[in-house]
Write a protein that binds this ligand. Structure first.
Ligand code: 3HC
Length: 349
C-alpha cells in the first residue's frame, strides 16, 4: 500500500495540524471543510503554525512555502476521489461523523482507507455507516498535532490487519510513534488523561483550591507541561465532555461524569481557547498560572497524582493497554516528563 495523497475533513486546530503533519512529510494533502469561512480558518491555522516554526528557525520560509504548496483546499468531498487515505477531524458528534463517512464511502476510490481522528467515539459505529468497514480505522492525534509524537491507530473487529499495519507504518514514516489499540472507550491516553482532568475540575468545584493553585501544583511539582485546567482549555471543554460521556457510559462511575463547571462553562459559550475563554480568559497572552500556597499545592498534587496512578494501574490490570504503551502515550501524546508507571517507582504520598 502506498500513500501519496491524503485527505483531511475538518480544519479546526486539530484538522489543520494533521494537514501540516502530512504536508511536512512531503505528501500531497487535500483539506476540506464545510464552508468557505471554515476553509479560510483552516488556512489561517496552518499559516500561524508555519510562521511560528519559521520564527523559531525550525524551518525556512522556503520550506514553509513548499509545505503550503502541497495543500489543496476546498469545500467539496469530490476532491477526495483519488485519496489513498482520508482522515476525518470533525466535531465529536456521532451522527455527523457517520454522515461524513457515508459520503466519503461514496466518493473515495474503492481501495481508499478511511480514518477517524475521534477522541473517544466508537470507531466501530462510525465504520458501520460505510460499505467498507474493513478499510476503516481510528487515527488519533494529540494536540498540538505537529508537536506531539504519539498516534493511536484504532482497529475495530472488522478492520483488516493489513490496513491497520499500513496506517501504523504510515504514522511511523511521518515521524510519529504509533501504538495500535482496540476500539475501547477513551482508547489509551484519553481514558487516563480525561479522568485525571475531570478530577482536577471537581477539586475546583468543591472549593478545595483555586484554578491557579491546581494548575501550578501539577506544573511545578509533577513537572507536567500544563496544569489540568489550562489543558482542558487547550483540548476544548466540549470535546472533553464528549470523551467523559463515553467513559462514563462504560464505567457508570459517578466520578467519571463531567464535573459541573465543565458543563456550566460550555452552557455560557466558553469552550476554551477556541472561543477565547474557558477556565481562563485568552484575550491577552496566557501566562503560566502561579500560586504562593505551597502547602495546598503539595496536597493537590498528592490527591491528583494518587488517583491518576490508580487509574493507570486499573487500566493495565483490566487489559486496557500495556504499561509501556500507557507510559509512551502519556509522554509522547501529552508531553509528560515520564509515564505513570515510571512515576510509580518513586512517588511517595
Ligand atoms: N502548533 C504548532 N507548534 C506548536 C504549537 C502549536 N499550537 N504550540 C507549541 N508549539 C511548538 C513550539 O513551536 C515549540 O517547538 P520547538 O520546541 O520545536 O521550538 C514547542 O511546541 C514548545 O512550544 P512553546 O515553547 O511555545 O510552549 P511550551 O513549551 O509551553 O509547549 C505545548 C506548549 C507543546 C502545548 C506543551 O505545553 C504541551 O505539551 N502541553 C500538553 C499538551 C497535551 O497534553 N496535549 C494532549 C491533549 S489530549 C488530546 O489532544 C487528544 C484529544 O483527543 C482530546
Amino acid at each position: 500500500m502506498t500513500f501519496e495523497r491524503i485527505g483531511v475533513v475538518g480544519l479546526g486546530i486539530m484538522g489543520a495540524g494533521i494537514v501540516e503533519v502530512f504536508a511536512k512529510a512531503g505528501l500531497q494533502v487535500i483539506g476540506v471543510a464545510e464552508s468557505e469561512s471554515a476553509v479560510e480558518q483552516g488556512k489561517k491555522n496552518l499559516a500561524t503554525s508555519l510562521d511560528r516554526a519559521v520564527s523559531r528557525e525550525k524551518i525556512t520560509q522556503v520550506q514553509a512555502d513548499e509545505i503550503s504548496s502541497r495543500v489543496t483546499w476546498g469545500t467539496d468531498f469530490e476532491l477526495f476521489a483519488e485519496c489513498d487515505l482520508v482522515v476525518e477531524a470533525a466535531p465529536e458528534i456521532i451522527g455527523l461523523k457517520q454522515q461524513i463517512f457515508s459520503e466519503l464511502d461514496r466518493v473515495v476510490k474503492p481501495e481508499g482507507i478511511l480514518a477517524s481522528n475521534t477522541s473517544s467515539l466508537s470507531v466501530t459505529a462510525i465504520a458501520q455507516s460505510t460499505d467498507r468497514p474493513e478499510q476503516v480505522v481510528g487515527m488519533h492525534f494529540f494536540n498540538p498535532a505537529p508537536v506531539q509524537k504519539f498516534v493511536e491507530v484504532i482497529s475495530t473487529e472488522k478492520s483488516h490487519a493489513d490496513i491497520v499495519a499500513a496506517v501504523t507504518e504510515l504514522a511511523r514514516s511521518i515521524g510519529k510513534s504509533p501504538a495500535t489499540v482496540g476500539d475501547k472507550p477513551g482508547f489509551i491516553v484519553n481514558k487516563l488523561l480525561l479522568t485525571y482532568l475531570n478530577h482536577a475540575v471537581r477539586l475546583l468545584d468543591e472549593g478545595v483550591a483555586s484554578r491557579e493553585t491546581i494548575d501550578s501544583a501539577m506544573r511545578e511539582i509533577a513537572k507536567f507541561p500544563m496544569g489540568p485546567l489550562e489543558l482542558l482549555d487547550l483540548i476544548g471543554l466540549d470535546t472533553s465532555v464528549e470523551v467523559l460521556h463515553t467513559i462514563f457510559a462504560d464505567t457508570q462511575d459517578p466520578l467519571d461524569a463531567p464535573a459541573s463547571s465543565l458543563t456550566t462553562l460550555i452552557a455560557d459559550g466558553h469552550k476554551g481557547r477556541k472561543t477565547g475563554a474557558g477556565f481562563y480568559d485568552y484575550s491577552n497572552k496566557h501566562e503560566a498560572p502561579t500560586s504562593a500556597d505551597d502547602d495546598l499545592k503539595i496536597q493537590v498534587h498528592e490527591t491528583l497524582m494518587k488517583a491518576y496512578l490508580h487509574t493507570a494501574r486499573q487500566m493495565n490490570d483490566s487489559g486496557y493497554a500495556s504499561k509501556s504503551d500507557i507510559d509512551m502515550g502519556m509522554k509522547l501524546g501529552c508531553g509528560l516528563p515520564e509515564g505513570p508507571f515510571e512515576t510509580m517507582s518513586h512517588f511517595v504520598a
